[in-house]
Design a protein around this ligand. Structure first.
Ligand code: C2O
Ligand code: CU
Ligand code: CU
Length: 528
């Protein structure tokens, strides 16, 4: 099997990747055997809830010299975490030693400072590929910089991938939070090793609330629960296993799929629920897995928010697809399920279990029929359209597959340079066989449509020939998004207003293995 076939298999076999007899992880030379996940009991651990972080002090706001804003400290540390009752503690890297990290909560318009403090060890425990941009042998092994995904953040606090800092250092970021209520998340974004740092556990939730949303009477308090999803491979000792290619000098693999699913850092946990509605804030924090979620009894639920907050109205559904980086808030009404055990599944595998108590609860307030009004942007508002090719290509012998955005590498000069306040249409022309979740920093956008095109012709001539009609976005994609699935063989069009701040940001694929291997580009907002 040549490298390319191997990569192909690794990329498509997903969970069955562990069928390989040995997998080497990190710098170890001893073969590590994958854990027999079928021997692991399901639903034995209660669902943990990430703790909500308290601020340490108040500091003068940089935005207006009269007010004081909360100041938080988050320490990245090597630690251990019990992922399951029957597993030994697993080595992780986490914010304040936890996996996932603590949740930050704030309100729209309430700025906060966060000091990100790197207290990690000086060597990595996952396999670095020194061929990747930013991870060359002269770079320190352990580096981190933190990005607030979905945040409208000034460039100096946005976590630019090259603005990493090493153990013993920290940086203070200011988040103005001048945006609507939404489920955001913070995570590592270090150039060339981002996939490893996030796999190790460096991520957490960041929730913005606002008065409008509070006024809707959605389930809150103990009835509003985050479900942070990811998948991992583990070895027989319950330690994280990050797969590698057969080339010791080029260990990067194009995609990673785990055979255990974790919710809030536990494998297949259970939640004792009351027979009433709940709000779940779901984040797909996996490196490469798309989740296709449904309940075992096929019950209907309502999606009320996507990446950037509330939808115009609840979207009833029985199945929810979430690509890496995407979020969905759903309301699930268990009031007709008293005494039942319901499994939340990804495809046909268990993610977690809900045990609904047998006593029926007092009736709760009616669910709102409309949420936040959303004005759909008109195509005529756009002053520029950019056609951006997503492409997979063969490179030199030691690193045969790279994924490129618009045939450019990270180091190439900036080409996407919208003016501050301008509106553009970005046509994401996906010439690959994979769906790529494309994320833009700073902005929120609307999805216009998707349309099949003649791929081979485009790759030869750079000319779009459509082979079908434009397909409107799904009902749950009609709100504000910051990450969109660019489907294979399709042109996915998004409409973006570049509001916020002038300066340097990035856009990239949120399959972390892709982002680390050239599927990430800088973009620059020019002052108006
Ligand atoms: Cu969640 Cu640039 O990423
Ligand atoms: Cu982001
Ligand atoms: Cu991708």
């Amino acid at each position: 099997m040549n490298r390319r076939e191997f990569l192909y298999r690794a990329g498509t076999l997903g969970a069955t990747f562990t069928a390989f007899p040995f997998i080497f992880g990190g710098d170890t030379t001893v073969p590590r055997h994958p854990l027999d996940v079928n021997a692991l009991a399901s639903f034995v651990d209660p669902l943990p809830r990430p703790s909500v972080l308290k601020h340490e002090e108040l500091r003068l706001s940089p935005a207006d010299s009269k007010s004081q804003v909360p100041y938080y400290g988050l320490h990245m540390r090597a630690s251990e975490s019990k992922l399951h009752r029957d597993l030994k503690p697993t080595r992780i890297w986490g914010f304040n030693s936890t996996f996932p990290g603590p949740t930050l909560e704030t309100r729209s318009g309430q700025g906060v400072f966060v000091e990100w403090i790197n207290e990690l060890p000086s060597s990595h425990f996952l396999p670095i590929d020194h061929n990747l941009a930013g991870a060359e042998p002269d770079k320190p092994e352990v580096r981190s910089v933190v990005h607030l995904h979905g945040g409208r953040v000034p460039p100096e606090s946005d976590g630019y991938p090259e603005h990493w800092f090493v153990p013993g250092k920290s940086i203070v970021c200011f988040y103005p939070n001048n945006q609507e209520a939404a489920t955001l998340w913070y995570h590592d974004h270090a150039m060339g090793i981002n996939r490893l740092n996030i796999y190790a556990g460096l991520f957490g939730l960041f929730l913005i609330r606002d008065d409008f949303e509070d006024g809707l009477g959605l389930p809150s308090g103990q009835y509003e629960i985050p479900l942070v999803l990811c998948d991992r491979q583990l070895d027989q000792d319950g330690q994280l296993l990050y797969p590698v290619s057969p080339h010791p000098k080029a260990p990067w693999v194009p995609e990673v799929f785990g055979d255990v699913f974790l919710v809030n850092g536990k494998i297949a946990p259970f939640l004792e629920a009351e027979a009433r509605p709940y709000r779940f804030r779901i984040l797909n924090a996996a490196n490469g897995r798309f989740f296709h979620l449904a309940f075992s009894n096929q019950m209907e639920f309502q999606q009320i928010a996507s990446d950037q907050g509330l939808l115009a109205a609840p979207v009833p559904t029985r199945q929810l697809t979430l690509a890496p980086g995407e979020r969905a808030d759903i309301v699930v009404d268990f009031s007709k399920n008293a005494g039942e055990k319901i499994i939340f599944r990804n495809d046909n595998l268990s993610v977690m279990q809900f045990r609904v108590t047998s006593k029926t609860m007092a009736a709760v307030a009616a669910f709102p029929a409309t949420l936040r009004p959303i004005t759909r942007m008109a195509e005529t508002e756009a002053t520029k359209t950019r056609e951006l090719l997503l492409e997979e290509t063969d490179d030199a012998a030691d690193n045969p597959t790279i994924m490129l955005l618009d045939r450019k590498r990270w180091v190439d000069p900036v080409t996407e340079d919208p003016a501050l306040g301008s509106t553009e249409i970005w046509s994401l022309v996906n010439g690959t066989d994979d769906s790529h979740p494309i994320h833009l920093h700073l902005v929120r956008f609307q999805v216009l449509d998707r349309r099949n095109f003649y791929v081979a012709h485009y790759l030869r001539k750079r000319e779009l020939k459509f082979t079908g009609p434009a397909v409107p976005p799904e009902a749950n994609e009609m709100g504000w998004k910051d990450t969109v699935r660019a489907e294979p063989g399709m042109v996915t069009r998004i409409m973006v207003r570049f509001d916020g701040y002038p300066g340097r940001y990035v856009w990239h694929c949120h399959i972390l293995e892709h982002g680390d291997n050239e599927m990430m580009r800088p973009y620059e907002i020019r002052p108006a």
